[in-house]
Design a binder for this molecule. Structure first.
Ligand SMILES: NC(=O)c1ccc[n+]([C@@H]2O[C@H](COP(=O)([O-])OP(=O)(O)OC[C@H]3O[C@@H](n4cnc5c(N)ncnc54)[C@H](O)[C@@H]3O)[C@@H](O)[C@H]2O)c1
Ligand SMILES: [Zn+2]
Ligand SMILES: [Zn+2]
Length: 392
């Protein structure tokens, strides 16, 4: 019966402690328990939030852990009570598509239990079940199915895709069509869905509007694409790294601004460019000073500014007059998408060409090279690296 019901030994990149390179280890992955699914991870993106937890979050707890939360794979086996997912233990590649009896799936960091107050409310994707692990960055210890060298290894953001196998509750797994490239649609597990949804769901960018996107990494570029698909007439990309400008232009940015090249505050620069401020701004950096600038760049009366960048160590501030004057300041988690419902549709949008994912993948490498991919992200020399996790 193959691997079903057995402990699997496989390769994973383990973060033993903060601020240190990940170490390739053999780990043990327990079989899925009630309502759980064991996934063979095929490919995973590397998101800035992985770095944040490892290097920038000042976190000393939650280690050792397996990071990675932007993955795609196939269902290897299922635990009792799982009826919606089909397992299958072998696959082969055909024109970049993974052919398997097992369902193709994308783990989701923001689960959708379908039962809680937040899942039932049309305005929120903050499922109570996922928020429990998101607030600490890791799953509770008793939910982890990983061990290594006799120690429990935490599952970062409930997903842990820097491993050949991972185990998730079925509420955190989206089933997708059989014929999408997993080394592309994995980006819908976090970065691209986050930025795209922040524009279309949270900001609700309107036809003909003027938008500004701060930070042109994968999240910001996806926000640019969202503004474009929503019909914005002008999209101003803002980044201190001009290497990002080419991709931004090809995904829909009409103007590009480097704040370092101006002696005035960036909000004044944008205000002058747009006759009083933009209709929508999106902060995709994770820097509280930039969040303030993004708010200040909006037009008074109706401007909407969305915080997408991640930080939970610094407070932010703004003059109340900004809001009194009629601006709205809001935030967006995973683009406001309810993952189980939305991801399969986003995969179809990729297949139809409405969403571009290929443009985001600047580097591809095996999981063993994960530390190189982290270096690329730190130095701003990539948009997304896709790690090929399992090749057979
Ligand atoms: N809200 C969510 O659900 C969610 C989900 C995923 C990622 N995030 C967060 O989104 C942010 C972006 O993620 P990413 O993977 O695209 O990161 P990234 O590092 O690839 O991109 C960040 C970009 O911001 C630019 N930048 C840095 N300082 C700047 C400044 N002062 N002004 C303008 N641009 C500046 C960088 O040059 C870079 O291009 C991170 O904070 C990440 O943690 C949030
Ligand atoms: Zn829920
Ligand atoms: Zn992410």
């Amino acid at each position: 019966m193959g691997t079903s019901g057995k402990v699997i030994k496989c390769r994973a990149a383990v973060a033993w402690k903060p601020n240190a390179p990940l170490v390739m280890e053999e780990i043990e992955v327990a079989p899925p328990q009630k309502h759980e699914i064991r996934i063979k991870v095929i490919a995973t993106g590397v998101c800035h939030t992985d770095l944040y937890h490892l290097f920038e979050g000042k976190l000393q707890e939650g280690f050792p852990a397996v990071l990675g939360h932007e993955g795609a794979g196939i269902v290897e086996s299922v635990g009792p009570g799982v009826t919606d997912f089909k397992p299958g233990q072998n696959f082969k590649y055909l024109n970049h598509v993974c052919v398997s009896v097992g369902d193709n799936v994308i783990p989701i960091v923001v689960s959708q239990c379908g039962e809680c107050r937040f899942c039932k409310h049309p305005k929120s994707n903050m499922c109570e079940q996922s928020w429990k692990s998101l607030s600490t960055g890791i799953m509770p210890e008793e939910d982890s199915r990983f061990t290594c060298r006799g120690k429990v290894i935490f599952q970062f953001m409930g997903t842990s895709t820097f491993s050949e196998y991972t185990v998730l509750n079925q509420i955190a797994v989206a089933k997708i069509c059989d014929d999408a490239r997993l080394d592309r649609v994995c980006l819908l597990g976090c970065g691209v869905a986050t930025g795209y949804g922040a524009a279309i769901n949270t900001a609700q960018v309107t036809q003909g509007s003027v938008c500004a996107v701060f930070g042109l990494g994968a999240v910001g570029l996806a926000a640019v694409m969202g503004c474009r698909n929503a019909g914005a007439s002008r999209i101003i990309g803002v980044d201190i790294n001009e290497d990002k400008f080419g991709k931004a232009r090809s995904l829909g940015a009409t103007d590009l601004v480097n704040p370092k090249k101006h002696s005035k505050p960036i909000s004044e620069v944008l205000s002058e460019m747009t006759n009083g401020g933009v209709d929508f701004s999106l902060e995709c950096v994770g820097n509280v000073a930039v969040m303030r600038s993004a708010l200040e760049s909006c037009v008074r009366g109706w401007g909407v500014s969305v915080v997408v960048g991640w930080t939970d160590v610094d407070d932010f501030s703004a003059r109340p007059i900004q809001l009194i004057a009629g601006k709205t300041w809001k935030g967006s988690l995973f683009g406001g998408f309810k993952g189980k419902d939305a991801i399969p549709k986003l995969v179809l949008d990729y297949k139809s060409g409405r969403i571009n994912l290929d443009e985001f993948v600047t580097h591809t490498m095996p999981l063993d090279k994960v530390n190189d991919s982290i270096e690329l992200m730190k130095t701003g020399t990539c948009i997304r690296t896709v790690l090929n996790v399992s090749s057979k």
